[in-house]
Design a protein around this ligand. Structure first.
Ligand code: 5GP
Ligand code: MN
Ligand code: MN
Length: 482
């Protein structure tokens, strides 16, 4: 990227509106000096500028410090549009993996208690939790059952004993985005999703056993039920083939739509429709259904984790304290209330590789956490760390209640593969005390820690910029990957 970047403060850089004549607002990238060099290496900042041209965009086109190149919109991008000002909805601003997200499950086990069983635990997880591209799982839903699943999310599978109601209390939107429209999900998408619910998918998705390494905020950690040495399970997956197909279908349907509404785009990958148009509403209905499927997928993944732990430790999951901390999406567009230039209104917040981070007191924060703020779950990589953060008031002013979603890639999959073989990565991790098992050797190489930025550096920025605050740092001890 060779365009302009003006420093706003230690953690924020501006791409001025003057950079491209079609820009309606500035671009703002949250980053510090240390991360800036890596960010400038690809075209992601240019994508931030392109998004600033979208009709109805509010305040600024935003990017988080884990920004990197993505389809149309960068990963780590945030964009809010006002439907009353012709604001658009864009599939590229959500991403192919609709409601990709993370769930953190706690236990009452401590590291020293499980050290001896770790090998068996990870092996049993690997044998029982389906992973890998296109892989199907043990849960199969008929096309008829898919309808209520898409409309209701995890509450549908709960009737079948795959979870308990309190799991929903700790899921974003209670695991159910209202006004989802299963009729807008194509038969092909439904077919792809029918046998994949409860599977991890490709290599960036994972189930990881972690230890709470360090607490940064005692009060919030206590409210979240986290303490040093405690074992947790982090689950990262999305809406599998179903969500991918919904996005693909929408991009085909949207091909001529910008032209129809007189929307001129600097990049055709930004294909979009006014949120209140028939085309926009159809995509929104389908996207919401795919989001509900994503929550359901993570619910079934957690169910399998609970079963494996229960088998390995010979106690029920309830007895092992396997309660959810939280489940949060990082690829989604939602209609939310925000205050822009002193005016409170409903806007379509697109978060693509970005996480909602609502502050204490917000009505959408679960009651159990209302006094401290929404838990934010940030995966890092399988060798270094991951984080639990908490939403803060400042994010409402600066980023539509949003923070980062991960470490973000530092090199392409191809470059990572050339650096180390999957076997070498596995050996290296083992010498650091992490048991890593992957469905594909290649996947392990592509996903090696060096392929990602240091998540501690990314978290530093969102903490210092006030987008969310540090609560706990987690260290990996075992992971299964697609
Ligand atoms: P994405 O949704 O963009 O594919 O991934 C989100 C984030 O997950 C990445 O930016 C990266 O930081 C993190 N990540 C990818 N693989 C792993 C893993 O195996 N373990 C952990 N803890 N984090 C990972
Ligand atoms: Mn993801
Ligand atoms: Mn994903």
């Amino acid at each position: 990227y060779n365009g302009p970047l003006e420093q706003v403060d230690a953690n924020c850089w501006r791409i001025p509106r003057s950079y491209k004549p079609e820009m309606r607002v500035d671009g703002l990238i949250f980053a510090n000096e240390r991360l800036l060099d890596a960010i400038k290496k690809d075209q992601a900042p240019d994508q931030v500028a392109n998004v600033a041209t979208l009709p109805g965009i509010q305040m600024a086109s935003l990017a988080m410090p884990d920004i990197h190149w993505g389809y149309g919109f960068c990963i780590g991008g945030v964009c809010a549009t006002d439907p009353l000002e012709g604001g658009v909805i864009s599939p590229g601003g959500v991403g192919y993996d609709i409601n990709c997200g993370v769930r953190l499950v706690k236990t009452n086990l401590f590291f020293h208690e499980i050290q001896g069983s770790l090998e068996e635990l990870i092996k049993t997880l690997f044998e029982n939790v389906p992973a890998g591209v296109g892989r199907s799982g043990k849960y199969k839903f008929s096309p008829k059952e898919m309808r209520p699943l898409l409309a209701e999310g995890p509450s549908f599978v709960m009737e079948r004993g795959m979870g308990v109601l309190r799991d929903l209390d700790h899921t974003e939107a209670n695991g159910r985005i209202d006004d989802a429209d299963p009729d807008e999900v194509s038969p092909r998408a439904i077919e792809r999703g029918a046998e994949q619910c409860g599977t991890l998918g490709s290599g960036n998705h994972f189930m990881e056993v972690q230890v709470v390494d360090q607490i940064f905020d005692e009060t919030v950690a206590t409210a979240f039920g986290l303490e040093p040495g405690q074992i947790c399970v982090m689950i990262h997956s999305g809406s599998r083939g179903l969500g991918y197909q919904v996005c693909d279908d929408a991009l085909v349907q949207f091909r001529k739509v910008p032209e129809k509404y007189g929307i001129v785009l600097p990049d055709k990958q930004l294909a979009c429709a006014p949120a209140d148009s028939p085309e926009g509403r159809k995509y929104i209905g389908a996207m919401r259904a795919a989001a509900n499927y994503g929550f359901c997928n993570r619910q079934l993944l957690m169910t399998q984790a609970r079963e494996v732990f229960s088998h390995v430790f010979g106690r029920s999951w309830e007895d092992l304290g396997m309660e959810m901390l939280y489940d949060v999406a990082h690829n989604i567009a939602k209609l939310e209330t925000h205050t822009v230039d002193g005016v409170t209104k409903k806007v379509w917040v697109h978060r693509k590789g970005a996480t909602r981070a609502f502050p204490a007191g917000h009505p959408e924060v679960p009651e159990a956490y209302r006094a401290v703020g929404q838990p934010v779950i940030i995966p890092g990589d399988m060798g270094r760390a991951s984080w639990v953060l908490v939403g803060s008031e400042e994010s409402m002013r600066k980023s539509f209640g949003t923070t980062c979603h991960g470490a973000g890639r530092a090199m392409s999959r191809t470059a990572a593969m050339k650096l180390n073989s999957g076997d070498a990565v596995q050996r290296q991790l083992r010498s650091q005390g992490v048991i890593a098992m992957g469905q594909s050797r290649r996947g392990l190489a592509e996903e090696q820690p060096k392929a990602y930025k240091n998540v501690d550096h990314v978290v530093e920025v969102v903490h210092d910029a006030g987008l969310s605050r540090k609560v706990a740092r987690m260290r990996p001890i075992g992971v299964i990957k697609g």
